[in-house]
Every structure is written in C-alpha cells, then in structure tokens.
Write a protein that binds this ligand. Structure first.
Ligand code: NAD
Length: 503
C-alpha cells in the first residue's frame, strides 16, 4: 500500500495529483486507527463503472474483521476519551475534518467520481456537501439541550441526550461520501463510536475520509470502516450483539433483514429505503423555472438517487406543452464516462444496468410509449454500464414503472385532471420520501404539502438529495427515522430522564 504520509513533502498541488494516481492501491479496513487487510487475506476487485475494468482492491471482511471493528468501537466508547470529551471539543475535531476534506477536495472528488461513475462536477458537489455535514455537526455538537420538566415542589426533573454507544452504519453505493457525512457527522457529534460497512460497489471515498478523520485527531477506534459484501460483512455487522444502534440506507429488501437483526438484539434502527417521488405540475406552474429542475431531479446521479423525482404528474391542460419542452431537454442529454463531465455518467454496476434494462423491457411489454430519449456518447467505453435517459408517458398508475424504484435515468409522466386526483396519484405508491409541487397558488400548494405523505415536500423547487440542515427520511416503505439537520442528532442519542427529590 502507498504510504500517503510520504507525499507530504510535495507541494499541495503535486501531492493532490499524486494522491489521485494513488487510487489504484490495495485499500484496507480501518480498525482501531490501523490499516488492516481482511484477516482471511481475501479481497474484492473494485470496478470502474465507466469502463467495466478493475482498478484496485478492497478487503473482503469476514467475522474476525467485524468482531475486531466492533470491539475497537466498544473499547473507544467505554474506555476512550471521545464520549467524555466536552461536546465543543468533539465539535472542533469534526470542524477540523471538514477543513481537511476541503484541503483534499480535488483528490476526494476524483476518487468519488471514478468509483461511482458520477460526473466529476457532481462528485465535487458531493464532496462540498460532505465537508458541510462535518462543519454543520461540528458546530451543533455543543448545542443539544435537554429539558427541565415541572414536577411538584421538592423535585427537579431534567432530560439529557446521551449517545447510544456503538453504532453500526450500512451505507449504499450511490452517495458514499455524503451519506457517511450525514451519519458520521451526527453520530460522532453526539459521542457515539462507529463501525461503517460501505457498499462493495463504491466505498473508496469512505475509506479515505476515515483516514482524514485520524489526521483530524479523532481518536483511534472511534470511526472504524470495514469493507466487504453485504451478504457477509453487512449481515454479520447488522446482527452483531456488540452494537447499540444501527442505521441503514439501501433497498427495502435488505432494510427488512437489517431491522429483523436489530430486533434480535433489541436495539434501535433507522432505515432509509428509497422512494418513487412525484413532482406535481399544475396548470399555473412556471414551466420555465420547473423544467430544468424536473430534468435534473431524475438525471442527477443517473437516476440512482433515493429522492430522485421519478414521477412527473402533469395537469392534462399542460400535457402537450410540457412534453414538448421536456422532449427538448431529454433529447439533448448525453451519458459518458465520469471524467467527460457529461450530463450523466454510467450506472454503478453491470447488475444495476441489467436491473434498469429489465424495467425498460417491462415498459415495452406493457406498450408504454417512449416520449423522448437521450443518447450514450459514441466514445463512451464499450465495457461501461451506460443507460439511455428515457421519458415515458402516459404511464399507467399501477404499472411497475409508476410503482417501483427503477434507480436509473427513467422519468414516468402521468396526467391528472384535478387536485384530488393529483393527491391520490402522489400518495398512490408504497413509498413516501420526497415530493415537489409546482403552482403559483399558495393556498393550493399548502393543501397539497399537508395532504402528501412524504418526509420532505418542496414547493416550486426540488431538492433531490439536498439539504444538510433539513430533516430527511421516509413515510411508509421509504423507511423510518430522520437523518440530516438537528433531528439527525437526536436520532443518534437516547433521552435520559433524571429526577431529584431534594425535599
Ligand atoms: P442493497 O440494499 O443490497 O445494498 C445497500 C447496502 O446494504 C450495501 O452496503 C450492501 O453491502 C449492504 N447489504 C446487502 N445485503 C446485505 C445484508 N444481507 N445484510 C446487511 N447488509 C447488506 O442495495 P443494492 O442491491 O446495491 O441496490 C438495489 C436497489 O436498492 C437499487 O436498485 C435501489 O432501488 C435501492 N437502493 C436504494 C438506495 C437509497 O439511497 N435508498 C441506495 C442504494 C440502493
């Protein structure tokens, strides 16, 4: 493995470039502040989505590695300084990490882009957001207050927010750095110690961020990262009796397994399981403002965003005009390799590309019309996992395309006649993560915002994946618990009530 400290004598710029080249190394777990290969010696190839070729390896962790990481976090929690440290000092460590992320901005963005396939421009936005999570939670660490509760004379009651202890975190491949930022920022600010199991498909930025956390002075054992497959390392972590809490972002199927495992250990669990989020366009909407946002909300990250705006509900009177404008947008969209900075990159894996192709086949079988499509660049590498951005409509409300999370650059257009029908369609899937409402009628926008069962509702805008400060999470099958914002801090803490009888 390249010793990154050897690069410190270089100028900042040269060191950054050298670190970008050093991506092709064998990456290891980070357990108790040490760089550890899997004890079995097993590793996994990491594939570049743009070309389908392997470019580095990660540890394939098994039981001994998971045990070692949980035990390191337990020791750090029970015997280390982190949970005992004044909250303001913990916050300063997180702020230092935020600054280090910005110092390594170019390197981290290049790594995230290559590993996930997302265009560099988008990876840069993700790294900016990651730094902001640590800045936000660094500043918030000493601002979590309990309550005093009135009781009869002679008693004083108060509440404290205490860390859970050892927190397990299972992270998906779509926004590795950002999701680590929102989980680790909040969990560490509250004094927890963490074991993160990132996705085997894209996880390098998380390993690099954990290295930077050590550099920022976060003590060894507080933030451990073990890589490996979901079925092996993920399953072993989720049922580990050494955890006090677990947080999971990913598919509903695996979310069920994680929650079952948490129930077996009687620990709390938050689940963020994706969505089928509607954008609702009324007859009085500002189409010029709405159209680029609507396009971006499904194209961002090639549609692999839990909060992607994947259903567009259009008032019948606007159907033709919206279609004409949207067709113009879609037909200009080009997918290409991550470093070409095209509108979108490839999907993350061959498996994901097959999954998306399966939905297109289902749409074809059901004779759902293709209204517009973008292109894949001629010079995009043959082995890459590219998907063509596609607009379908009118999509039957009960079809797979309108009901299931495609997780690809596929937008479904559905017509509606009135407010009542718009609400019924918006709420007519098993999910409830985010919704967008486009209208100039303020009263109507508020009626809809209140009627739609979703964790976030945007009026005349849309924030796919956005909002460091905004509580985020699902209703219904989109999961439970809230991350981001101040609520994220409470999620990573347990309330203790203290009552004193002082006579
Ligand atoms: P997944 O749920 O299998 O993977 C997410 C994480 O869970 C990864 O870290 C993985 O290693 C881990 N995991 C897998 N099996 C596990 C198990 N048995 N126990 C514990 N952890 C396990 O998701 P996927 O297969 O990569 O993607 C499938 C679909 O899930 C996507 O098409 C999309 O619809 C959805 N998804 C949603 C999000 C989101 O942000 N909500 C993210 C990724 C995927």
């Amino acid at each position: 493995m390249v010793d990154l400290s050897d690069l410190d004598y270089l100028s900042d710029n040269l060191a950054n470039r050298a670190r970008i080249i050093a991506q092709d190394r064998s990456w290891t777990n980070i357990i108790d502040g040490k760089f550890e290969a899997a004890l079995s010696g097993h590793s996994l190839d990491m594939i570049e989505p743009s070309s389908g070729t392997p470019f580095c390896t990660i540890a394939r962790s098994g039981l001994e590695d998971v045990n070692a990481a949980v035990s390191a976090a337990r020791t750090a929690f029970e015997q280390g300084s982190w949970p005992q440290m004044p909250a303001a000092e913990r916050g300063r460590h997180l702020s230092r990490l935020s600054s280090l992320i910005l110092e390594h901005f170019e390197e981290l963005a290049a790594l995230e882009s290559r590993d996930t396939g997302k265009p560099l421009r988008q990876a840069e936005a993700d790294i900016t957001a990651t730094a902001r999570y640590f800045e936000y939670y660094g500043g918030a660490a000493d601002k979590v207050h309990g309550q005093t509760i009135p009781l009869p004379n002679g008693f004083t009651a108060m509440t404290l927010h205490e860390p859970h202890g050892v927190v397990g975190s299972i992270i998906p491949w779509n926004y590795p750095a950002q999701i680590m930022g929102r989980v680790a920022g909040a969990a560490l600010a509250m004094g927890n110690c963490l074991v993160i199991k990132p996705a085997e498909d894209a996880c390098l930025s998380i390993l690099r961020l954990a290295e930077l956390a050590l550099e920022a002075g976060i003590p060894a054992g507080v933030l451990n990262v073990i890589t490996g497959t979901g079925e092996e390392a993920g399953a072993l972590l989720s049922c580990h009796p050494g955890l006090d809490f677990i947080t999971f972002t990913g598919s509903p199927e695996v979310g069920t397994l994680v929650q079952r495992a948490a129930a077996g250990n009687h620990i709390g669990c938050t689940l963020e399981l994706g969505g089928k989020s509607p954008q609702i366009l009324f007859e009085d909407a500002d189409l010029d403002a709405a159209m680029p946002v609507i396009t971006n909300a499904i194209i961002q990250n090639a549609g692999q965003t839990c909060s992607a705006g994947s259903r567009l509900l259009v008032h019948v009177s606007q159907w033709d005009q919206v279609l004409e404008t949207l067709r113009g947008h879609f037909e200009k969209l080009v997918a290409n390799r991550h470093d070409a900075n095209a509108d979108l990159g490839p999907l993350v894996t061959g498996h994901q590309a097959e999954r998306v192709a399966g939905f297109l086949d289902l749409a074809d079988d059901a004779n759902i019309p293709v209204l517009a499509a973008g292109t894949i660049a001629d010079d995009a590498p043959q082995g890459g996992y590219y998907a063509t951005p596609t607009l379908f409509g009118p999509v039957p409300a009960d079809s797979a395309l309108a009901q299931e999370e495609v997780f690809g650059p596929v937008l479904s257009m559905l017509p509606f006649k009135d407010e009542e029908e718009a609400i019924a369609l918006a709420n007519g899937t098993p999910y409830g993560l985010v919704a967008g409402i486009w209208t100039r009628d303020a009263a109507r926008s508020m009626r809809l915002a209140r009627a739609i069962r979703a964790g976030q509702v945007y009026i005349n805008g849309y924030g796919a994946g956005g909002g460091i400060e905004l509580p985020f999470g699902g209703f219904k099958k989109s999961g439970h618990g809230r991350e981001k914002g101040f609520e994220g801090l409470y999620e990573f803490s347990a309330t203790k009530t203290i009552v004193m009888n002082h006579g």
